[in-house]
Design a protein around this ligand. Structure first.
Ligand SMILES: [Zn+2]
Length: 256
């Protein structure tokens, strides 16, 4: 009797699991997207290169200061700009390009692409900035970063239709500078975790006062002292080693 009960329970449990597997949409982990080359968090390599990315600009006060510091330390960066800020400050975007940096797409209005956002909105947000950057810079950059890091299969597919690859950032290099946690906090986060192939997330536009510039004054000389070269995402990608995308040395590798 007891054996029969166990079998009945086992069958119903298996049934439930099968039902769940077929009824809920497939959810993929980081490894899935990395192995397909659809989303980038960091780039496995043996060389001492780190990509710096600055989001949400241009900002008329902060961005020129960031550019001065990058020049001083012979560093290059990728600026993920917002469309309506390109309209306001096209000269800053042109300066970024003129000084050897890269300007990439971060949507027109900084909308979070959560599940309920329509395909039309996603396409407009990406396409508008593609047009604006083409007009202002005369160049096409293949990198797209969704605001807040919100992505899903729909976002990846539409970005791809526009010729973009989704670039996020190293999980251990999220400086949280956008919430002004303190200059030393930002600097320590980047410096303590720095390793080959990282993509560092910073912001050249922060609502309220920005601590990013002061933090850069600590970060840049220290990384250069350690032998790192600060580069654009394009240069980092050009030095990628292996095909898996996932960095086996990534000691902080985890799903989140
Ligand atoms: Zn952003």
């Amino acid at each position: 009797m007891r054996t029969k009960l166990v079998w009945v329970l086992l069958f119903s449990l298996t049934g439930c699991m099968l039902l769940t597997a077929f009824s809920s949409p497939q959810k993929h982990d980081r490894r899935y997207y990395e192995s397909r080359g659809e989303v980038v968090w960091d780039v496995p390599m043996s060389e001492k290169l780190i990509a710096f990315t600055f989001d949400d600009g241009p900002n008329p006060e902060t961005t020129p200061q960031v550019l001065e510091l990058l020049k001083q330390y012979e560093a290059k960066a990728t600026f993920f700009v917002i469309g309506y800020r390109i309209d306001k400050y096209p000269d800053i975007v042109r300066r970024e390009i003129a000084e050897g940096h890269e300007v990439a797409n971060h949507t027109d209005n900084h909308i979070y692409f959560t599940r309920n956002v329509s395909e039309k909105t996603i396409a407009q947000e990406i396409g508008n900035v593609q047009q604006k950057l083409k007009q202002v810079t005369g160049q096409a950059c293949p990198w797209f970063r969704p605001p807040g890091g919100f992505y899903n299969d729909k976002v990846i597919r539409i970005a791809k239709q526009y010729g973009y690859k989704v670039i996020l950032w190293s999980w251990h290099q999220d400086s949280k500078d956008w919430k002004s946690p303190g200059v030393n906090h930002i600097a320590n986060k980047v410096l303590k975790n720095a390793r080959n192939g990282d993509i560092v997330l910073l912001h050249d536009h922060v609502e309220g006062s920005s601590q990013t510039v002061e933090a850069l004054k600590i970060i840049l000389p220290e990384l250069i002292e350690r032998g790192f070269r600060i580069v654009t995402v394009s240069e980092l990608m050009a030095h990628k080693v292996g095909q898996t995308g996932h960095n086996p040395n990534s000691f902080l590798y985890q799903e989140k």
